[in-house]
Design a protein around this ligand. Structure first.
Ligand SMILES: NC(=O)c1ccc[n+]([C@@H]2O[C@H](COP(=O)([O-])OP(=O)(O)OC[C@H]3O[C@@H](n4cnc5c(N)ncnc54)[C@H](O)[C@@H]3O)[C@@H](O)[C@H]2O)c1
Ligand SMILES: [Zn+2]
Length: 510
């Protein structure tokens, strides 16, 4: 790899500004960039460390050993963010350009001062620790299409989209596998099977229950059993048809089976259409045998689907509570990112729940599609550049701090979106107490949530649970709370310093 490869990464104007900065400032910016990026820095295929090498490009003429410099013979010199060791990377002969040999050297000095009545003796001991090894820098190309299917046509055998999503197979290979939510199977099972029968394909199904209580490793085991029995081929995408719970279980099965097989998401709930199907996360709640507690989404992975097929007609068979549940994730996006989306919810949400997202007397044509499109686009704008969540300040985490424990209270009759909404309104109140938003805004959000029949409070939202949620957030978001609050409808910031007293005042105000 040459310096030119890397300098090509950045526009000249940026490099010029960078070069004009003093060396100490550059070094400290590089170090802070490296520590922010965490492990992410080693995921670029062409450069061994994204943050340091990018910055290094501008100071390549220098031979000093500050982070990310280049020596004359093309070695890359970095500072290890954790230990402070100097690391020298060399592309290795005959190896692909993503493999490097390195040497590491760490110099430490300890000073001991011994005093007696006559003298003071200062001894400095310098220790040089050396190491060597190899670095493999590799990244995966991630690309998946989120397809909007023409309303109500996904199970129409004249529409080949569902079949095409299941991959390209040799002539005569006429079987497919689908994991389907139980309720979806009851309502759409015949049509799903007919679709494939009409195309001359035999469909094998695994039917799993939706609902949060079912989102456990046992469901993943059942899916894996069925995949083994079916003998799914390694490059054969299977279909996952259901709500967020089914899709999360299926994604986990897909990433585990043969260490990863492709799968296609076909969401059937509003929540899954706008949220659970568009990112790369999957997972299940984990019942820990030691603490006897069940932790929301505690085990899972980041694993992209091969594609997603979204047909909003599925929403037509959801009940009002489940549709409102989906609106909660849309409300979250509106509060943190889009006042336009908020206005659409305010004006048309209630009528759309009544009409099960279908046409109705008060909602102009195109509004339902606009709400879904805007939600997916905002979601992808937020998730797209941060798919693996290396950046932990995420506005889409709004409503997902206190909700995790609310959902897991034993026996609580609260759905995911409902818990997200209670959390979301609690954060509106916290935002108000901090002076970020006025009371009129609080009342406006409250009225919109009420009009959508979304819960804004829960008997389980108590001081202890709220504070424990903040402590859990610190654990989950690596050392800081990073709790998103709103500064107006459509904008947010993350805060790290919420106090127990503040939580108690917000609970009182609720
Ligand atoms: N992976 C992600 O990025 C992500 C994002 C958001 C939410 N989620 C997860 O999604 C889950 C919630 O999803 P959900 O609200 O879809 O719940 P769900 O999957 O449990 O579905 C809700 C209920 O609706 C039924 N159902 C599904 N489709 C139907 C249809 N078309 N008609 C009638 N009934 C139908 C299901 O059987 C279930 O009883 C949570 O576990 C949450 O953690 C994941
Ligand atoms: Zn959610």
């Amino acid at each position: 790899m040459t310096n030119e490869d890397i300098t090509n990464d950045l526009p000249k104007s940026v490099l010029d500004v960078w070069q004009s900065l003093p060396e100490e400032l550059r070094s400290s910016l590089v170090s802070s960039e490296i520590s922010k990026s965490g492990t992410a820095i080693s995921h670029s295929p062409s450069v061994p460390s994204l943050a340091s090498s990018r910055f290094a490009s501008s100071s390549s003429s220098s031979n000093s050993s500050s982070a990310g410099d280049f020596s004359e013979d093309g070695e890359i010199i970095e500072k290890d963010a954790a230990s402070g060791a100097t690391v020298i990377l060399r592309p290795i002969e005959r190896a692909p350009k993503n493999v490097f040999a390195f040497t590491k050297e760490l110099q430490t000095a300890t000073t001991k001062v011994e005093k007696n009545s006559a003298s003071t003796v200062t001894t400095t001991t310098k220790v040089v620790t050396k190491g060597r090894g190899w670095r493999n820098v590799y990244n995966l190309p991630i690309s998946y299409d989120v397809n909007m299917v023409a309303h109500g046509t996904i199970l129409d055998s004249s529409n080949p989209q569902l079949l095409h999503a299941t991959g390209v197979h040799p002539e005569g290979y006429n079987r497919r596998f689908a994991v389907i939510d139980t309720e979806v199977d009851k309502i759409y099972g015949d049509r799903i099977r007919n679709y494939f029968t009409e195309l001359g394909i035999e469909l094998t199904t695994c039917v799993l229950n939706g609902g949060e209580a079912e989102k456990r490793t046992a469901a993943v085991d059942k899916l894996l059993d069925d995949l083994c029995a079916y003998k799914l081929r390694r490059r054969e995408p299977f279909l996952a048809i259901g709500g967020g719970v089914l899709l999360d279980i299926a994604g986990m099965g897909a990433c585990l089976y043969r260490r990863g097989v492709p799968f296609v998401r076909v969401p059937t709930t509003l929540l899954a259409i706008v949220d659970a199907s568009v990112g790369v996360k999957n997972g299940v709640d984990y019942a820990c045998g030691i603490t006897d507690e069940t932790y929301k989404n505690r085990v899972g992975s980041f694993y992209a689907p091969s594609s997603c097929l979204l047909d909003a007609a599925f929403i037509g068979t959801q009940d009002a509570r489940n549709i409102a549940n989906g609106f909660a994730e849309i409300m979250k996006l509106a509060l943190v990112r889009s006042s336009d989306l908020f206005e659409l919810l305010e004006s048309h949400g209630a009528a759309l729940i009544d009409s099960r997202f279908g046409p109705n007397k008060t909602t102009p044509a195109g509004v339902a599609e606009r709400i879904i499109d805007l939600s997916i686009q905002i979601m992808l704008e937020e998730l797209g550049p941060n798919l693996w969540e290396f950046k932990l300040e995420r506005c889409v985490d709004y409503g997902h701090t206190f909700s995790k424990l609310l959902e897991m209270v034993p026996g609580a009759d609260i759905m995911h979106g409902e818990a997200v909404n209670v959390d979301g309104f609690f954060c509106v109140v916290l935002s108000h107490l901090r002076g970020y938003i006025d009371m009129k805004t609080v009342e406006r959000v409250f009225a919109a949530m009420q009009s959508l029949s979304m819960p804004t409070d829960s008997k389980d939202l108590k001081s202890k649970l709220a504070w424990q949620s903040c402590l859990d957030a610190i654990e989950h978001r690596h050392g800081e709370m990073r709790i998103p609050l709103i500064t107006e409808i459509g904008d947010s910031i993350c805060v790290n310093d919420i106090t127990q007293d503040e939580l108690d005042r917000a609970i009182e105000l609720m």
